[in-house]
Design a protein around this ligand. Structure first.
Ligand code: SF4
Length: 353
């Protein structure tokens, strides 16, 4: 059973609002394949308008920070600068206009610089993500807990959250990432019940596409179903487009994504008498232009087609070279030839929505 969404404060990243009752934001991070500013901009543009709400880039040196204004000028998404170790790069990223910085203060090589970072973020009205990660836990916590166990990640996240709050800085988000799904779920759950800070969910370094998607769906999906989580990132060895697509599918599968249809399709069996894979492909293509939260089921035969049609807004149940078209569980047209199924479905969607 799901619980209602966890109540949080709101974090502003550029024009985007994260947390509270705002839609769960999808984010991704520019890959290592994008070696030039032009390539970074191209990668970002490939996910604009495809459900991505904010984009992160790595800032490994000052040159990367200096490219921020040019990148921002060419994109419409809020930009997050990812900083490790060197707090001076966090200052540079903020100076050059990053809307948010992702830092793990625990791995700053000069922690005395942290106050300057926080003060500048406040002046610039930028957001901060405290990115606690099992792979870069502070040494004292590693020693205390004998490893990056959930309680260690939670203590680190609470430590730095309190630090920011004591500096009167509230526009921040927290992540407690691990590449191990049970550890990730436990860490977020334990932190979530102690604060109202918005949470960035992710299974870090989830791996190649298929296992990475499965791990992410289980980790992120389990937490979202419990009402925990305000922005998500799928972290896999694939393109930014694929990461965003998987995020959309995770949200859609939980009824949390309202910008596009949810397509249900059967796996086919010996009863199938229609070319279902090609029909589903055509339905997906046709519905890519429909930005409405409808469910459309495409079934190989009437055996389960009738049942699924009752649950979906629109449905097709295949027959021999034809199909039955349903609307809200009722037959809308009993026999539609295969070549007319897509146009008839689109006409029906247009008429009823
Ligand atoms: Fe087979 Fe029909 Fe079920 Fe598809 S809907 S798997 S064709 S029984």
């Amino acid at each position: 059973m799901s619980t209602s969404r966890r109540k949080t404060r709101t974090c502003k990243v550029g024009k985007l609002k994260i947390g509270s009752d705002h839609p769960i934001a999808i984010q991704t991070m520019v890959t290592g394949q994008a070696k030039t500013t032009k390539a970074i901009i191209e990668e970002i543009k490939s996910v604009e308008g495809k459900g991505c709400d904010l984009i992160r880039i790595a800032i490994p040196n000052l040159e990367a920070a200096k490219a921020i204004p040019e990148i921002k000028e060419k994109i419409s998404l809020p930009l997050v600068a990812d900083i490790h170790f060197d707090p001076r790069l966090a200052v540079a990223a903020l100076d050059y206009g990053a809307d948010k910085i992702r830092i793990n203060p625990g791995n700053f090589n000069d922690k005395s610089y942290l106050d300057k970072v926080i003060a500048l973020a406040k002046t610039k009205k930028a957001a901060i993500r405290i990115g606690v990660n099992a792979g870069s836990l502070e040494k004292d916590l590693w020693d205390k807990y004998e490893g990056p166990v959930p309680d260690a990640l939670v203590e680190s996240a609470l430590r730095w959250s309190s630090y920011l709050e004591n500096k009167n800085f509230g526009n921040f988000i927290v992540a407690l990432k691990s590449s191990r799904v049970p550890q990730m779920i436990d860490s977020y759950e334990r932190f979530a019940c102690q604060t109202d800070i918005p949470l960035h969910l992710g299974v870090t370094e989830a791996g190649p596409t298929l296992p990475g998607a499965v791990k992410s769906a289980i980790g992120i999906g389990t937490l979202l179903r419990k009402g925990i989580g305000d922005t998500i990132r799928v972290s896999i060895l694939d393109t930014v487009e694929k990461e965003v697509e998987i995020c959309r599918q995770i949200l859609k599968s939980l009824g949390l994504y309202t910008k596009e249809p949810d397509i249900i399709a059967c796996p086919t069996c010996a009863r199938t008498e229609i070319d279902l894979p090609s029909l589903v492909e055509k339905v997906e293509k046709a519905l890519s232009r429909v930005h409405k939260p409808i469910t459309v089921s495409v079934m190989g035969c009437v055996v389960n087609g009738i049942g699924e049609a009752r649950e979906a807004d629109f449905a097709i149940a295949g027959g021999k070279n034809c199909g039955v078209l349903y609307y809200k569980g009722e037959i809308y047209k009993a026999k539609v030839t295969e070549d007319r199924l897509i146009p008839e479905l689109l006409n029906l969607i247009q008429k009823k929505t």
